[in-house]
Design a protein around this ligand. Structure first.
Ligand code: GLC
Length: 469
């Protein structure tokens, strides 16, 4: 997609910024010395909840993204047709080879569920225009292939049986439909023989397919638009989705802003500086570095990279989709299952730090970690490269009753110390020490700290050291 300005997203911001002294607005005009007294940073804001059936999305924050389509046959990239300049007439021949006889949606859902994932987002139509549902509005769908069945129907049935929320990905760019104005812009083919470009007419095709998707497959929990190259605005299409499927959350890549932002792949740029996402956000990332669809010769991210990416979003009140591309026969590649199982083993151990918590990184000025909290329990996520085996949590100066490394279940050594490198304010702060950073170098460590009392906010360090609010 075009990089979105989702990060106009205000959030509680900016490395260290909330800890800078500022005048408390609550102080009122009479509190004259307030201007020079450092005040406690507020907890980072949460993204607004819906207050309706869409709130399932805040209960299930980690999901599986699946990119599947004709492109899996060649196994090069989901945008094969465009990136290798394959003429439409040539690419369409793949439909005659589409026969995923081993497709068993329960096997996919088993992998997702056992790894702590709570929902699925599935490509019903990618840019190539091939539909994985039996549409009445085109011939280019899985019902018209040797497979001769409705893949989405099977998938939806399994999801419904398990009460597993199903969201549908749908590309507006379409390299097959004659009315889509392919003009050789980004993510578009050059004009093809037989084209009858007509954006208005094409939009009606989209609307008709949306209606099919929203009526023929039972409860649908989300609609995931992609690639509105024309940036056409038409709120009536999302309105139709909302009318037919009130629990469906809608992303921001369609015909209006929808419900949530969709940062993709990178976690280290603008989003890295937020203490929380004040706008509803769902990041997405593939296990493969090159492709979202199945790629035979893929380069893969490290476990630690993916875990950091997941942790950095979930710890800041955002959702996360991790993507895999099934094989043309309908099974998940072994390499993908191994990835999901490894990530899942980590996720299941640390998940209590990532789900049902509030972001709480305002409690420390240490920007190498992210904090979340539930009541008086604080979770410390080592989301940056640990430079050493200790974590200092200035200005926090409370000693937890119990401290545990969630990755292993082992206790964590904690103390309140004056450390030589930070003698300036003579303050004594909480320190976690002797963490097994070398033994667990390819993972994200997460410590759980249980306090008798953990304040909502902590004043930053002033001339007299730490104070609690
Ligand atoms: C990128 C890819 C596209 C994929 C999407 C998922 O935009 O180019 O193929 O579907 O990411 O977010």
């Amino acid at each position: 997609m075009k990089r979105r300005d989702f990060l106009t997203t205000s959030g509680a911001l900016l490395a260290g910024a909330p800890l800078l002294p500022h005048v408390s607005s609550a102080a009122g005009p009479a509190a004259t010395p307030a201007a020079s007294v450092p005040t406690a940073p507020s907890p980072p804001p949460l993204a607004p909840r819906f207050g309706d059936a869409r709130d399932w999305w805040f209960q299930r924050r980690y999901g599986l993204f699946v990119h599947w389509g004709l492109y899996a046959i060649e196994g090069w990239h989901e945008q094969d047709q465009w990136r290798r300049r394959i003429p439409r007439a040539e690419y369409s021949k793949l439909a005659a080879r589409w026969n995923p006889t081993q497709f068993n949606p329960d096997a996919w859902l088993d992998v997702a569920e056992r790894n702590g994932m709570g929902y699925l987002c599935f490509t019903t139509k990618h840019h190539d225009g091939f539909c994985l549902f039996a549409s009445r509005h085109t011939d280019f769908h899985c019902g018209n292939t040797p497979y001769a069945g409705d893949l989405l129907k099977k998938l939806a049935e399994s999801c419904h049986r398990r009460k597993f929320p199903l969201c549908l990905y749908y590309s507006i760019a379409d390299w097959h439909h004659p009315n889509y104005p392919n003009q050789g812009r980004h993510h578009e083919l050059p004009p093809q023989p037989g084209d009858r470009p007509d954006l208005a007419q094409y939009t009606e095709y989209v609307r008709a397919q949306v209606r099919e998707l929203m009526t023929n497959y039972g409860p649908i929990h989300g609609f995931w638009w992609d690639m509105n190259v024309d940036q056409r605005v038409d709120p009536s299409i999302n309105a139709l989705i909302r009318e037919l499927q009130p629990a469906a959350v809608i992303n921001d890549r369609g015909y209006d802003r929808g419900d949530f932002g969709t940062p993709e792949r990178d976690y280290s740029k603008e989003g890295a500086v937020l203490l929380s996402f004040a706008q509803r956000t769902e990041a997405c990332q593939s296990i493969g570095m090159e492709s979202w669809g199945w790629r035979k010769d893929e380069d893969y991210y490290t476990d630690r990279h993916l875990q950091r990416s997941i942790a950095r979003y979930l710890a800041r009140d955002a959702n996360y989709l991790l993507n895999v591309g099934p094989l043309p026969d309908g099974t998940l590649p072994e390499v993908a299952v191994r990835f999901l199982d490894r990530t899942g083993a980590w996720y299941r151990r640390v998940r209590e730090a990532l789900e049902g918590n509030r972001p709480a990184s305002h409690l420390t000025s240490n920007r190498d970690v992210l904090l979340t909290r539930r009541d008086h329990t604080l979770y410390v996520l080592l989301t940056a490269d640990p430079r050493g085996d200790a974590v200092k949590l200035k200005p926090l100066a409370h000693l937890p009753r119990r401290a545990t490394l969630l990755n292993t279940g082992e206790p964590v050594r904690c103390s309140i110390d004056l450390v030589p490198t930070e003698h300036g304010d003579q303050g004594r702060y909480l320190r976690l020490t002797a963490l097994p950073v070398n033994e667990h170098a390819n993972t994200v460590l997460v410590a759980k700290l249980e306090f008798d009392h953990l304040p909502e906010t902590l004043a930053p360090v002033g001339a007299t050291g730490v104070s609690t609010a």
